[in-house]
Design a protein around this ligand. Sequence first.
Ligand code: GLA
Length: 599
Amino acid sequence: SDTVESLEVILEDEVTHVQIVLRYAVFEEADIITRSASVRNAGKDTIHVKKFMSTCLDFLNGSDKDLLHLPGRYGQERQVERQKILHQVSKIASGRGTSSHQQNPFVAVCDRETSEDYGGCYGMALMYSGNFLAEIELDQYDQLRVQMGINPKQFDFALAPGEKLEGPEALLTYTRKGFTGLSHIYHDFFRSNLCESKFMKETRPILINTWEAAFFDFDDKKLVEIAKCARKMGVDLMVMDDGWFGKRFDDNAGLGDWVVNEEKITCGLEKLVEQINEIGMQFGIWFEPEGVSEDSDLYRAHPDWALQIPGRPAVRSRNQLLLDLGREEVQEYLITSINRILDSANITYMKWDLNRSVTDVFSSALPADRQGEVYHRYVLGLYKVMDGIIKTHPDILFEGCSGGGGRYDPAMLVYFPQYWNSDNTKPVDNLKLHYGTSFLYPLCSTGAHISAASPEIPISTRACVAMGGTFGYELDATKLSPEELAECKEQSDRFRKYYPIIFFGDYYRLTNPFEGGNMTAWQSVTKDQEEALVSVVVTGLTVNGPQEYIRAKGLNPEWMYEIEQLGVELSGAALMHAGLPIPREIPQYTSFQYHLIHK
Ligand code: GLA
């Protein structure tokens, strides 16, 4: 569009006639430069691409720089680590076939004195959902080189004469406004330029998901009962998670058979959805398109469609294998069978899950000397299947998931306006999960639910934390008391009221939960600074401790703001420099939400 300028630099090797095209796109207003590369074999012999980086940044002096990245693990994704860059080659990478729980395809290189609010900071994020590599090298003269692209692990892509290979885009930026400035650039860019879904602009429904409520143990009657209670909680959408298809009574069977399990859904899908709709709720459904159980009709018919190394026992992570997404037959099967279900009833939401890493990287559709292409072909095949399902259903809200937040990456946000952040729904852990995730990803993309996982924490605090994301429920609503149902209703209404601030505003991390303070606080401010929401969770106030304050950010210092919950007015300057006093001698895990309104 006219807000973007692009440049292609074509390089050709005189001996082999291999061409590299370097592509730049400058999004001047957004402060983002994208960079990618493609390789074209204009020579006479087949070539093998073995290392394919999307970008390379050289710094004249990197001895005063730090590296920040988002390592994690299952249930604890995107924690934050910052380290001094030393004279060595360091790698932030995934070799698990997906962008992974363990690392995120994002690094920031910042000045040593850079803080949340001040200081220079470069960001690099890769639009790729497979194996990636960020390679950081400080050399003997203190020159720093940072490269980012596809991980060379088991990568060997053959290009015959005339063939071309395109690489993923890296999203580059620089700010002098610290990590907050960096996050604002990425949040704005992701909200306006990544995802085509209408749900980036339209208000999304509040959902309840059956997983932690029932796991595999449900039938149509149970779902209807949950939906009736959930309606009283102000919930708009009922999501039927894993277990509704094939012979799926536990995680040993059924994956790949995308037909309704009529032992559980006795009335059939269409009728079930009608019943949910009659209650006044929308209906959503779970799929794990890439997975296949050996105990499934699909596997029995097409064992060669699974990734497996001939003659060796396969790795059965979560008792399942993965389909060879690089194969066209597999892509067609998934698009047809999943679309058939989506089109068979009034379905308005789909959760797309993936519950294991990619191993046994061998495709029976490729010759032995082309197995180095399997990882990358898997990712390309995945995008093709998502194009065939997601882009053909513009009215369905799609949420991404990978055993929680295992493949939460910028390329996934092209398809998914929201992504399940973690299978860990404990609110205290989520303070860290939200903090880390927010370095790159906007709150409107972060799936967050209230669950029964931490009964010691008041439901009001669980709600406060879940409002640091898309907000929803993950519990058995039939087990809630009338008082709890009413409290949830009030929470759902409150979320709707704050929705524009949380989803479209600027986000500020007010404290760092990794530093172990007494409170974790965060804030969203509307772009026009008219309204803000300050959220505080008390995690460890000591008896008879000093008075503590939370300082707001991003307000207009000259304006007066009413603090709705306190019925008092303070200037933006007072709120930002003196701060909001947090009541003393309060129980552990009390939370506060302060709605600030310009007067
Ligand atoms: C993953 C997801 C969960 C749930 C289960 C179902 O773990 O992250 O939310 O959907 O799979 O098997």
